[in-house]
Design a protein around this ligand. Structure first.
Ligand SMILES: Cc1ncc(COP(=O)(O)O)c(C=O)c1O
Length: 359
């Protein structure tokens, strides 16, 4: 059997969710879009079922997967609906929807609802991706509030740069959010913080928080944060050495021959490649753990294999375990070496078998 696999520690996931919820001080929507950032949405949602106040997904297909997995908790479509025809499904499966564009307000006005639908109305407070402009927001809110088919409503926004802990943009976004809230009843439920907002911006902890990345035990904050230190990595991506060879100095390794040994080198071949979702662009020097000890990638990552330097690992041999990231090698550190992000590395995984622990 191919030894590449992702071990998912569901106890760590629950720990991180509880940490997020406690920190937020209110309710917490567990963001499990993109197959729970590569961890398996159904298994992660089941582990959090009965615990999480709700789940956040990117689209109706992801929501239905959770419903089919038996998840009865609220599920919010973070990007709303993509066409009015989805409203029937939203109603049938008791989903919550974000409303972020004027056309969605109009579609809801035309929709004949059999039961009230929960709407999270999103303000573009400065990220300029999804969301109603400040000039549109209060009017949209009033129009939706007037509809019989709309039940509870939450005012929400999303941050662009909350991981930059000294960047004033997050405060400016919160100021814009507060200005918009000024036109709504004071007891209006609100939601602002993603993981970085929750961890690093106490002012953003209000109402509902929406942690995603931190649930999986990592973050992208650009400075120290004690609240982030309490997170436990959820995934260990691992494989094994499947072949070992000794090369003289001056020998190229792998496709393209771009990496040339600078010294006599013991090379380990590991069953992990870009068809597993591992970064094809990971450069030589990217850290890996071989038998629990640090080593580094050498040579280009290929589809099913990669090569590591075992020169200083005389005990490593065929069968030695390799950790690509996990509790002993932070995925954020690996991502930094690759010029990538933990979001991209985790959610990009494919083919590797997942095994679940705890939960
Ligand atoms: C609207 C919204 N809320 C929350 C999240 C979770 O963000 P993070 O993974 O940074 O916690 C996302 C993710 O992109 C999102 O789009």
């Amino acid at each position: 059997m191919r030894p590449a696999r992702a071990l998912i520690d569901l106890d760590a996931l629950v720990h991180n969710y509880r940490h997020a919820r406690r920190l937020g001080g209110g309710r917490a929507l567990a963001v499990v879009k993109a197959d729970a950032y590569g961890h398996g949405a159904a298994a992660c949602a089941r582990a959090l079922d009965g615990e999480a106040d709700g789940f956040g997904v990117a689209c109706i297909e992801e929501a239905l997967e959770l419903r089919e997995a038996g998840i009865r908790a609220p599920i919010l479509l973070l990007e709303g609906f993509f066409e009015a025809a989805e409203l029937a499904l939203i109603e049938r499966h008791d989903l919550w929807t974000v409303v972020a564009s004027p056309w969605q307000v109009e579609a809801l006005e035309r929709h004949r609802a059999a039961k009230p639908l929960q709407a999270w109305v999103k303000l573009d407070s400065g990220m300029h991706r999804l969301g109603l402009a400040p000039a549109e927001f209060n009017d949209a809110w009033r129009r939706l509030r007037a509809l019989e088919g709309i039940g509870d409503m939450v005012a929400m926004t999303h941050f662009a740069r909350a991981d930059e802990i000294a960047n004033e943009r997050t405060d400016e976004q919160l100021d814009a959010f507060d200005r918009a809230l000024g036109g709504l009843p004071p007891d209006t439920p609100t939601s602002a913080a993603n993981s970085a907002g929750l961890l690093a911006w106490p002012r953003a902890r209000r109402g509902w928080v929406r942690p995603g990345l931190m649930l999986y035990g990592t973050h992208m904050l650009d400075g120290p944060c004690v609240e982030a230190d309490a997170l436990r990595p959820v995934m260990r991506l691992e494989s094994r050495v499947i072949a070992v060879r000794e090369l003289a100095a001056g020998e190229p390794i792998g496709y393209g021959g771009g990496f040339v040994t600078g010294r006599p080198t013991r090379v380990g071949v590991v069953a992990m490649g870009y068809a597993d979702g591992f970064a094809q662009y990971a450069p030589a020097g990217t850290p890996v753990l071989v038998g629990g000890r640090r080593s580094r990638l050498i040579g280009r990552v290929s589809m099913d294999m990669l090569t590591v330097d075992l020169t200083d690992h005389p005990d490593a041999d065929v069968g030695t375990p390799v950790e690509l990231w996990g509790p002993d090698l932070p995925v954020a550190e690996v991502a930094a070496h690759c010029g990538s992000s933990p979001y991209r590395l985790l959610s990009g995984l494919k083919r590797v078998a997942r095994e679940y622990l705890g939960g």
